[in-house]
Design a binder for this molecule. Structure first.
Ligand code: HSE
Length: 434
């Protein structure tokens, strides 16, 4: 059978990795796909010294690739929203299949892209957009197709996890670790996407859609980053038996779907609490299968290329199949997507870690306990660090039982009006993940 012709747009970290994996494993890949997968053209603004592109046609114009009649599949690895969207829509209009690693593009414009792709009968595959090399989209969309998914929770930003790990294990400074993540090619072009949780929210939006069968709704995701975390909270969490991770959580409730990214205390003995460095992990809980865990490299040249190439193999196998009988883009049939709403964060339920900076006076703990109990908030554990009294102030650290966020907001407002409480109360959500 004739080889499938591929055009790679973007020869940076992931593009370069994709090119090299396709070349190195060409024979093995052809045995799997049933035909060769051949790079026919590459669009890049500059050559990648790690890639020996030989006589392959190179252009700096991505649309030359999208309009190249020889090419069957466009691999979009340029990132960003604007040019990438134009490129993908042009490729679809030209009847080409698309493989992309662009989570921002799928999370924000995916509904439109998939609608156009359906009209044209083409595939848009995006495994590499979430959790790098971990085939978690395939696992949820196909492997767990029997289940009603209850919730999923994941460490889905490698850069953020790398920063948290290096800070906790080696006491390194935030900025210093971020620079290393950039040098290693893990970080986004704008690294605030990593540290402020935007990248994780893109990925969570995608996971939630394929888990619950809802349209992509990135604008409704609650997003909180790791830049305000302090070493003190990391250490107090440890003392309470928890580890702080930057987690994306999507949970189905009767009222709606929780979609939230934030630093989270997780019991230190959970497997996911021990996922370190650039590694990612996603827990998915289904009604039939129970809890499952997917683990692997969340970023980097060849791990991400692994997912891109797997999509290319899938597309190559599906080229001759009936477009109406392919795996739906968002796992559920497009006319069966649910309108179950995304909940505002104030309606989400979680347990909470609170750090209250209090004056070292008798009766402070009683006042704190009263404010919480008046709002129906149960305290699970409390720790007052007498040893750390500075300037007459003592940190009071407590963990609550699960409660609706609005109640905690009200309690924090009341705590902050107490004469004996100084500074803002620090609040970090807690998930048991059991
Ligand atoms: N910046 C992303 C991360 C790259 O660190 O996870 C992979 O999506």
């Amino acid at each position: 059978m004739k080889p499938v012709k591929v055009g790679i747009c973007g020869l940076g970290t992931v593009g370069g990795g994709t090119f090299n994996v396709l070349k190195r494993n060409a024979e093995e890949i052809a045995r799997r796909a049933g035909r060769g997968i051949e790079v026919a053209q590459i669009a890049t603004r500059q050559p990648n010294p790690k890639c020996d592109t030989g006589s392959i046609s190179i252009t700096d114009d991505v649309f030359a690739v999208a309009n190249n009649p020889e090419i069957d599949i466009i691999v979009e690895l340029i990132g960003g929203y604007t040019l990438a969207l134009e490129l993908v829509l042009k490729a679809i209009e030209n009847g080409k299949h698309v493989v992309t690693a662009n989570k921002a593009l799928i999370a924000v414009h995916g509904n439109e892209i998939f609608a156009r792709a359906r009209e044209q009968g083409v595939i848009v595959a995006f495994e590499a957009s979430v959790a790098g090399g971990i085939p978690v989209i395939k696992a949820i969309r196909e492997g767990l197709a029997a289940n009603r998914i209850n919730w999923l929770a994941g460490i889905i930003n490698g850069t953020g996890n790398f920063i948290l790990t290096e800070m906790r294990e080696k006491g390194r400074a935030f900025e210093d670790v971020l620079k290393e993540a950039q040098a290693l090619g893990y970080a986004e072009a704008d690294p605030t996407f990593d540290v402020e949780g935007i990248d994780a929210a893109h990925k969570l939006t995608i996971l939630a859609s394929i888990a619950f069968g809802i349209p992509l709704q990135f604008d409704k995701a609650y997003t909180e980053g790791i830049s305000r975390l302090t070493t003190a909270d990391v250490n107090y969490a440890e003392a309470l038996g928890y580890r702080i991770k930057h987690l994306g959580v999507a949970r189905r409730t009767d009222a709606g779907i929780e979609l939230r990214v934030h630093p989270t205390l997780i019991p230190a003995d959970r497997l996911i609490a021990n996922v370190n460095g650039v590694m990612n992990a996603v827990m998915v809980n289904g009604d039939a299968v129970g809890s499952t865990l997917y683990y692997g490299a969340g970023a980097g040249m060849e791990p991400t290329a692994s997912a891109v190439v797997a999509d290319l193999v899938d597309v190559a196998r599906a080229l001759t199949t009936d477009p109406n009988n392919r795996v739906p883009h968002l796992a559920f049939q497009p006319d069966s997507l649910s309108a179950h709403p995304i909940l505002p964060v104030t309606a989400c339920e979680s347990a909470y870690y609170l750090r209250i900076q209090a004056k070292d006076h008798p009766g402070v703990l009683a006042q704190v306990a009263t404010i919480l109990s008046e709002r129906g908030i149960n305290i699970e554990s409390i720790m007052q660090k007498e040893a750390e009294v500075h300037d007459g102030l003592v940190p009071v650290i407590l963990v609550t039982h699960r409660v609706i966020e609005q109640r905690i907001d009200e309690a924090i407002s009341a705590l902050e009006t107490l004469d004996d409480v100084v500074d803002k109360v620090v609040r970090i959500r807690v998930e048991q993940l059991n």
